[in-house]
Each structure stands twice: as structure tokens, then as C-alpha cells.
Design a protein around this ligand. Structure first.
Ligand code: PMP
Length: 492
């Protein structure tokens, strides 16, 4: 396992959990009256003013999970927050650092979700915290469309430099992944003068009206929310575990292209939008050759090839961007999540002539490229590069894949183990076949949660358990989380 560049940065959160022996320690009496249990500010008050106490990188449970304070907060939430907004594990977080989440009951949980692939640089990464703190004191907002600032420009320069391809590139910044995807489609339509957008089975691109149309899965993302935006066509994906027979990447691409030709015709297509490794759809890694063949077909037909790297980007898969695994150079690339260490920021980056095709004022938004988020992104990107977090993701991935593959030998409900870098998953099936077993995935995930490991599920069939640890996670902490996972799979 390669260490982070600066040995003192290996565990920048090292130390003790501040309130482990405080009022929430083992045996503490929990007073759940409205004034005490529900006022989480009392916990923050345990820290000296302005100080950020270091956080031990270890799992430590002092109550059941969720504990009484989380349960009380959950009741309050149920009365105040719309029921449509879900939470995977309703423990209410008070602090986080590196690969650890600390809840209001004082439980320290291992984070294998990174807030859905966001805090790759670690939660509350010290460099991000410092940059944000400095920026927030200087100014919080002007609106780049009114009076601009350097941070926005510097983030665009970094994206233009880091994304695949040596051609001239330009970027525009937004707030969320869905917004970036919408804007990539706007750019592609404007540049080509065409309407149609092609996406794939199992795709996830967001929850806005256009991106709901582009997302494949009905529940919970689309049901009852139509009508959806038009001119969106869906092609078959390369999903090696679920193919009827052996099919190469090139053959799977030819199958997809035939469907596109039949449905709409290449001449009508503005953009093909694809996740190089599908995220919400089940961590689907296409057969080698699939992505390059689709990209080449786009080039030949004047179609804008858009790589949605919102989940795969910024080192997650062992390289800075997942397209690099197969030498694919997208015309446009959408990014978000891992870009800014937890602050909301998203981008479209791509060929300068495409990005510049849109008339002045045609792209933007009040908050897009907020200065605080840009400061966070510059610090996060510096941490990724300086500490070689893509290299670290590769090492973490090897550790996780080896462990999961050996687990699969003894547990026939694990039908497939797959992933790249620190984006790893296993698919639960009824033993002896490929029939999805969502209940088994939910059982294992719930057992991990009870034991203090935050895991996420995904997949069109809800039967995939995915591992997305922060790229800075301690190897020992990750190994402990995998031990917990192994016990959960075994039903111990
Ligand atoms: N595209 C991909 C590949 C994603 O994984 C996601 C989020 N899961 C999105 C788009 C949408 O991003 P956001 O939730 O920030 O709108």
C-alpha cells in the first residue's frame, strides 16, 4: 500500500475522538428530553472555540446504531422533512474526518460511501478546510456572471489540464451533477444543431427533468414524475455479468449502434452520454473495447461523445478519469462529486470549439462556480495530485477486490465481484444462477450498519453492494471494515 506523500498527512485526523469519554461514553445516561437530546450544539460546545480536534481513525460504538439521539432526531425529521427525501442510514452526523463519521450518540463509524463518492480526499480534509475558511472570510459570493473572480478561472484551468486529451479545452462550472449533464446536452445540441440524446440501459444521470429522462431506473427516480423531456433514446449497455452469452466489447458496441440507428439514426444524434463505469446502475464495468468503439462511431458521425464522470472522476477508479483506462478522449466530460472535497460544485469540460459554440449568456446560473466551492476544489485537486490519490485508489481497489474474491469462493450468493480502483462492488444473486437477490444485499448492508460500517447498495435490481471509501482511508481501517463485511456476508 503506497503511503500518502507526507507521512504526517497519512492520518491528519489522528488523535482521540473528543467526546468518547464525555457525556455520550459507554454507560452514559441518555436524557431524551427535547432540550437536551435534540440540541446537538451541546456536543460542538465540547470543543474549544474555533478548534478542530483531531479525529481518531477507528470504529468505536457506544450505543446501538442508530442510537437514541439519532432516533430522536429522526422523529423530528419525520415531522419536518418531506418523506420523499430518503436516508440510507439515519445516524445523524456531528463530525467527520478522513474515513470516519461520528454521530450524535458518539459512535464512530467507518465510511465506505464517501457521501456517494464525494469526499475522496477525506472528510474535512485539512487543506480543504483551510482553503474554505480563508475564502469564506474574504467573500462568499458575487456571482461569476456579475463580477468574476480568479478561483473560478483557476478551477477551469485545472480541469482543462487534468481531463483526458491534449486538445484546446474550456470549462463551465455549475452546482450539481445533474446540472452539469443538462449543460453538456445544451452545448452538444447548440454545437451540432441536432436534438437527439442517446443514453444506455442502467444509466443514472440525475433527477432534473431532462436527466430523469436520461436515467434508466423507474423506482425511485422517475415513477410519477413525468412527462419527461423528449428526444432521449436508450441503447443496450455492455454488462458482462448479465450477457446471455460471450460478447466482446466491440460486438456490444455494434449491438448498441444498431439500436440507435433503428430508433433515431446517427444523423439526428447530438450527443451520446455514457458513464465509463456505471454508478447507481450497479458499478457496471463494460467489456474492454466497448467505450472506444462507441466513441469512434460518434467521431465518424459528428456526434458529441460525453463521458459522465460525475461518480468515476477525480482518482476514484485508480486514474484521474475513468476514460483513461481505455485511452478514450471524450469531446465533453461532466464532473461533480469528488471535485471539491464535499462542497457543491460541478463542471462541463471539453473541446474549446464545442464549449465556445454557445452564445454569450447561454450558460450559467446564480451560484455556479461559487467562490467557496472553487477554493475547496483547488485545495482538493492539489491534494489529489500531490498525494497521488489515483495511485492510492488503485492500491485500495486491489485490497478490496482480493478480499471480496476470496469471500465469493465460500459464499455462492456473491455472483460477481467487479470494479476499478476504489470503486468496487459485488452482486448478490440466488445461488446457482444470476437471478438478483436484493433482499440479501439489503440484509448484508443492514448488518454492516449495525456494526458501524457505512455501506451503500445500488443497481437496477437493487442487489449490488458498493464500496466507495475515501481515497485517504487508513489501510487498517479499511481492513477492519472488510472484516465486518465478511462477517455480515457469512451471517455471523
Ligand atoms: N451522473 C452520475 C454518473 C452520477 O453518479 C450522479 C449522482 N449519483 C449524477 C449524474 C447526478 O449528480 P447530482 O446528484 O450531483 O445531481
Amino acid at each position: 500500500m503506497r503511503a500518502l506523500r507526507d507521512p504526517s498527512a497519512t492520518c491528519p485526523w489522528g488523535g482521540e475522538i473528543s467526546h468518547r469519554s464525555g457525556p455520550h461514553g459507554p454507560g452514559a445516561q441518555y436524557d431524551l428530553s427535547m432540550t437536551d437530546a435534540l440540541d446537538t450544539r451541546s456536543h460542538v460546545a465540547l470543543l474549544p472555540p474555533g478548534a478542530v480536534a483531531p479525529l481518531a481513525q477507528r470504529r468505536h460504538l457506544v450505543t446501538e446504531v442508530p442510537g437514541p439521539r439519532s432516533r430522536a432526531l429522526h422523529e423530528r425529521r419525520n415531522a419536518a422533512v418531506a418523506a420523499g427525501v430518503g436516508s440510507t442510514l439515519p445516524v445523524y452526523i456531528e463530525r467527520a474526518g478522513g474515513g470516519v463519521l461520528v454521530d450524535v450518540d458518539g459512535n464512530a463509524l467507518i465510511d465506505l460511501g464517501s457521501g456517494i463518492a464525494v469526499v475522496g480526499v477525506g472528510n474535512a480534509n485539512p487543506r480543504v478546510v483551510e482553503a474554505v475558511t480563508e475564502q469564506v472570510a474574504r467573500f462568499t459570493h458575487t456571482c461569476f456572471m456579475v463580477t468574476p473572480y480568479e478561483g473560478y478561472v483557476a478551477v477551469c484551468e485545472a480541469l482543462n489540464r487534468l481531463t483526458p486529451g491534449g486538445h484546446a479545452k474550456k470549462s463551465a462550472l455549475f452546482n450539481s451533477g445533474a446540472e452539469a449533464v443538462e449543460n453538456a446536452v445544451k452545448v452538444a445540441r447548440h454545437a451540432t444543431g441536432r436534438d437527439a440524446v442517446v443514453v444506455f440501459d442502467h444509466a443514472y444521470h440525475g433527477r432534473t427533468n431532462l436527466t430523469m429522462a436520461m436515467t434508466a431506473k423507474a423506482m425511485p427516480y422517475k415513477n410519477g414524475f413525468g412527462p419527461f423531456a423528449g428526444e432521449v433514446y436508450r441503447a443496450p449497455m455492455s454488462y458482462p455479468f448479465r450477457e446471455e452469452g460471450a460478447i466482446t466489447g466491440e460486438q456490444a458496441a455494434a449491438r448498441a449502434i444498431a439500436v440507435i440507428d433503428r430508433q433515431v439514426g446517427a444523423g439526428q444524434v447530438a450527443a451520446v452520454v455514457i458513464e465509463p463505469i456505471q454508478g447507481e446502475g450497479g458499478f457496471v464495468v463494460p467489456e474492454p473495447g466497448f467505450l472506444p468503439a462507441v466513441a469512434d462511431w460518434c467521431t465518424v458521425n459528428g456526434i458529441v461523445f460525453v463521458a459522465d464522470e460525475i461518480q468515476t472522476g477525480f482518482g476514484r477508479t485508480g486514474v484521474m478519469f475513468a476514460c483513461e483506462h481505455e485511452g478514450v478522449v471524450p469531446d465533453l466530460i461532466t464532473t461533480a462529486k469528488g471535485i471539491a472535497g464535499g462542497l457543491p460544485l460541478a463542471a462541463v469540460t471539453g473541446r474549446a470549439e464545442l464549449m465556445d459554440a454557445v452564445h454569450g449568456g447561454g450558460l450559467g446560473g446564480t451560484y455556479g462556480g461559487n467562490p467557496v466551492a472553487c477554493a475547496a476544489a483547488l485545495a482538493a485537486i492539489a491534494a489529489m495530485v500531490d498525494d497521488d490519490l489515483p495511485g492510492r485508489a488503485k492500491d485500495l481497489g486491489e485490497l478490496m477486490l482480493a478480499r471480496l474474491r476470496s469471500l465469493a469462493v465460500d459464499h455462492p450468493q456473491i455472483g460477481d465481484v467487479r470494479g476499478r480502483g476504489a470503486m468496487v462492488a459485488f452482486e448478490l444473486v440466488h445461488p446457482g444462477g444470476t437471478e438478483p437477490d436484493a433482499a440479501e444485499a439489503a440484509r448484508i448492508s443492514a448488518a454492516c450498519h449495525r456494526a458501524g460500517v457505512v455501506t451503500l447498495t445500488c443497481g437496477t435490481f437493487g442487489n449490488v453492494l458498493r464500496l466507495l471509501p475515501p481515497l485517504v482511508i487508513d489501510e487498517a481501517l479499511l481492513t477492519e471494515a472488510l472484516d465486518v463485511l465478511a462477517d455480515a456476508v457469512a451471517g455471523r
